[in-house]
Write a protein that binds this ligand. Structure first.
Ligand SMILES: Cc1ncc(COP(=O)(O)O)c(C=O)c1O
Length: 362
C-alpha cells in the first residue's frame, strides 16, 4: 500500500494562494462566517457523535425519502466518506469500476490500496455522456463497487434518471454496490435525477458542503447508504478522525436550515456567471469545449491540441490567474475552468486567460 500525493492537490498547494484571480476553483464563492451571519458562541468545543450530530443528520435526511438518520454518516468532507466506502467494500481480491474523468481521489484511493480497478471512460467525442453498454462490459465476477460522479468534475457532465436506473441495474446484477458522488447535484442546470440512495439499497449517495455551499473550510460531507455501510464508515473513521469538528457541524446545520433561500441565491449567481463565461467562450478563437450541463466547472481544450501545462503555468506565474491543467486530473489536453466565484474575478480572470492564450499562440 503506497499513498502518493495527488497532482491536483500538489498544484493547489503550490499556487492557489499565489494568484489574484482564481478561475480554477471547483465550487461556489467561499463564504465567511460573517457573511453567513452564524453565531457560534454557544458551540461546545467537545468531541462529537461519531456518525455526526443527530440534529444535523436529521436535517440532512429530510432530502432522502425513505431513509432515516441511521442511514446517514457525516464525515470529514466527501473525501473521508469516499475513502471509507472503498476501503470497506473493496477487498484485496475484489474489483472496482471508477468513472473517469472525475475528482482524482475517486480513482487514487483504489490505486493506493492496490485494488484491481477498471476506469469507465467518458469521452470528449461522446460529449462526456456515459455509454452504459461500455460500463456493462467492464463488470467482472468479482466487481464489488461501481462509482459514478454526477454531475462531473471537471467536465460538468450529467446523468439522466434512465442512465442512473441502468447503472443501478448493472450493479445489482453484478452483486455489487453503486456509489454516486452527488457533490454538484444541486448545481445542475435542469432535470435533477433522484438521489441515488433513495433508489435502491445497493446505492450509496455521497456529497459535500464544499462546492455548492461554498464552505470547504468546514470539512463536512456525508454518505447516505444501507445501515451496514454506515456502521463500517463509523469503524473506519474512528481510526482516522474519530468525529467531525463541532464548529463545522454547527455551521453545516445552520446553512441547511436556510437551504432553500441560500440555494436560490447561489443558483442565480451561477447562471449569471455562466452567461459571462459562455459569451466569452463564444467570442474567442483558441479554445473548444463541451458545454457543461451543471455548475460550476468545465474542461475546455486547445483547438490546436497538445498539453495545457504551459498555458496554466504561464497563467499563474505571469498573469496571477489560477486554472487547473488537465494533467493534474489525468485529462491531458484540457484544463479546468471554474465559474462559481466572484463575478468581477471571473471577468478579470477570463481577460488574463485571453492574454495568455494570445501569448502561447504568437
Ligand atoms: C466530485 C468531488 N467529490 C469530492 C470532492 C472532495 O470534497 P470534500 O471537500 O467534501 O472532501 C471534490 C473536491 O473537489 C469533488 O470535486
Amino acid at each position: 500500500m503506497t499513498f502518493e500525493r495527488m497532482p491536483l492537490e500538489v498544484w493547489f498547494d503550490e499556487y492557489q494562494f499565489e494568484v489574484d484571480y482564481d478561475i480554477g476553483e471547483s465550487g461556489m464563492k467561499f463564504f465567511s462566517i460573517k457573511e453567513l451571519d452564524i453565531d457560534l458562541n454557544d458551540v461546545d468545543l467537545r468531541y462529537g457523535y461519531h456518525l455526526g450530530h443527530p440534529g444535523l443528520r436529521a436535517e440532512i435526511v429530510k432530502q432522502y425519502s425513505g431513509q432515516t438518520i441511521d442511514n446517514v454518516a457525516v464525515t470529514t468532507g466527501a473525501s473521508e466518506a469516499n475513502f471509507s466506502v472503498i476501503a470497506h467494500l473493496v477487498g484485496p481480491k475484489d474489483h472496482i469500476i471508477v468513472e473517469h474523468p472525475t475528482y482524482p481521489s475517486l480513482f487514487q484511493v483504489p490505486r493506493s490500496l492496490g485494488r484491481d480497478m477498471s476506469l469507465f471512460h467518458l469521452k470528449w467525442e461522446d460529449d462526456f455522456r456515459p455509454d452504459m453498454d461500455a460500463l456493462r462490459k467492464l463488470v467482472k465476477p468479482n466487481t464489488k463497487l461501481i462509482t459514478l460522479t454526477h454531475p462531473g468534475n471537471p467536465a460538468g457532465n450529467v446523468i439522466t434518471t434512465e442512465e442512473l436506473k441502468e447503472a443501478i441495474e448493472i450493479a445489482e446484477t453484478a452483486g455489487a454496490y453503486l456509489m454516486v458522488d452527488e457533490t454538484y447535484r444541486d448545481l445542475m442546470f435542469e432535470n435533477l435525477p433522484p438521489l441515488a440512495a433513495t433508489m435502491s439499497p445497493i446505492a450509496i449517495s455521497l456529497t459535500s458542503m464544499s462546492k455548492t455551499w461554498g464552505v470547504p473550510g468546514i470539512r463536512i460531507g456525508w454518505a447516505v447508504a444501507d445501515e451496514s455501510i454506515i456502521q463500517a464508515i463509523r469503524a473506519i473513521r474512528e481510526q482516522i478522525t474519530i468525529c467531525n469538528s463541532s464548529l463545522g457541524e454547527a455551521i453545516a446545520k445552520e446553512i441547511l436550515l436556510k437551504k432553500d433561500k441560500i440555494l436560490s441565491m447561489l443558483r442565480k449567481s451561477m447562471f449569471s456567471n455562466y452567461k459571462i463565461l459562455k459569451e466569452w467562450m463564444d467570442s474567442q478563437d483558441w479554445l473548444e469545449w463541451v458545454e457543461p450541463k451543471s455548475g460550476v466547472v468545465c474542461a475546455p481544450k486547445l483547438k490546436r491540441g497538445g498539453s495545457t501545462d504551459e498555458l496554466c503555468k504561464l497563467l499563474v506565474t505571469k498573469y496571477r490567474t489560477f486554472t487547473v491543467p488537465g494533467s493534474a486530473m489525468e485529462l491531458d489536453g484540457h484544463f479546468r475552468l471554474g465559474f462559481g466565484g466572484e463575478q468581477e474575478e471571473l471577468v478579470k480572470g477570463l481577460e488574463q486567460l485571453g492574454h495568455a492564450l494570445k501569448e502561447i499562440h504568437s
